[in-house]
Design a protein around this ligand. Structure first.
Ligand code: ADP
Ligand code: MG
Length: 324
């Protein structure tokens, strides 16, 4: 029986395909609750809340989990030239992303929120594992990477318990673990962003790996026809509006897949394909991506190594606009 729990602002589902693994389930959900306590900016005593409240006044010593995720987050911000930025907290509050109520924001409020966005204001000290903020008012938000980190932590628990085969779905962060069967790979479906509750748009045959999708399945409009959703451009402060409906990133590291899915959504397909090269080199990790675009074209990263099928006739594979 699979097991699930509400944690990290979403539902985490784990299937171990084994009825004698209650201990393993318990350890997994315990670990997730711990990670939630460390990362949730809304929990007053979390490391992230402490950095946000006092990081400008003094260095804040943080736990290993938060330190290592911040280190990776800053590296990804550098590689993506700030398209991914863990200091978007002020914008997330301004747009009321967590309460999900779309609304207009004033130019002044936007300017103010943007003035405290910028990953270069995060100062990490590896010796003392402490974090300092160079600017007053900076608000860290690790919502685009923490679930990926947590997913990788679950995989560590699988290894410890010698789990043979399992699936994780942590709010859309998928991990297929072990071998599905001797003869068959895992099949992971990528949602059709225009019909999110229907048959998947793409099916990909995969070995043990993570798949993370950042997408906009619902767009809210007000009179100005601007779209509101939860992925924000750190350069202009608005919800990103480009050719992309969703980006799925496939990698053995769910943390990288999570962060790059968000970053690629911001960067757009062509720029992302360039960044993908540097990312693979920097992290020495397989990273592939599927970009689903508004014109019903689907772009796969170069030399995409997995078998896939597109399940709708009106959608087709297309080449990026400017091949590398
Ligand atoms: P989801 O959490 O729905 O799986 P993402 O992984 O793409 O989606 O993360 C989106 C969350 O990340 C937002 O809710 C917000 O907290 C944060 N975020 C939004 N825009 C950015 C950005 N450009 N860089 C880093 N984090 C972002
Ligand atoms: Mg993400």
């Amino acid at each position: 029986m699979p097991s699930y729990e509400r944690v990290m602002g979403t539902v985490c589902l784990v299937n171990l395909y084994d009825n004698n693994k209650q201990k393993c389930y318990d350890e997994i959900f315990e670990r997730l609750r711990q990670i939630d306590e460390e990362f949730d900016a809304d929990k007053k005593q979390s490391d992230i809340a402490l950095i946000n409240d006092f990081g400008f006044e003094r260095p804040i010593m943080v736990c290993d989990d938060v330190y290592s995720v911040l280190e990776t987050a800053v590296k990804i911000s550098e590689i993506t030239e700030g398209a991914f930025d863990p200091t978007v907290g002020s914008l997330v509050s301004l747009w009321k992303i967590k309460s999900g109520s779309p609304h207009e924001v004033s130019a002044n409020d936007l300017k103010e929120a943007l003035s405290v966005v910028g990953y270069k204001n995060i100062i990490l000290d590896p010796e003392s594992k402490s974090v300092r903020l160079k600017k007053k008012g900076i608000q860290l938000d690790l919502g685009a990477i923490a679930k990926g980190f947590a997913t990788d932590e679950i995989v560590k628990i699988f290894k410890k318990h010698k789990v043979k085969k399992a699936v994780i779905d942590l709010g859309g962060n998928i991990y297929v673990y072990g071998k599905k069967s001797l003869s068959k790979p895992w099949n992971v479906g990528i949602k059709n962003p225009q019909l999110p509750d229907s048959v998947p748009l793409v099916k990909v045959a995969l070995p043990e790996i993570s798949v993370v999708t950042s997408g906009v399945y619902e767009r809210f409009y007000d009179g100005s026809a601007k779209s509101y959703h939860h992925i924000l451009s750190p350069s202009d402060g608005y919800p990103v509006d480009n050719d992309i409906l969703s980006v799925s990133v496939i990698s053995p590291s769910s943390m990288l897949a999570d962060a790059f899915a968000t970053a690629f959504f911001v960067l757009g397909t062509e720029k992302s394909l360039q960044v993908l090269y540097s990312a693979r080199k920097e992290f020495r990790m397989e990273i592939d991506a599927i970009f689903i675009e508004k014109d019903r074209g689907i772009v796969f990263s170069e030399n995409f190594p997995y078998f896939y099928s597109i399940l709708y006739d009106e959608w087709e594979r297309k080449s990026p606009k400017s091949p590398l």
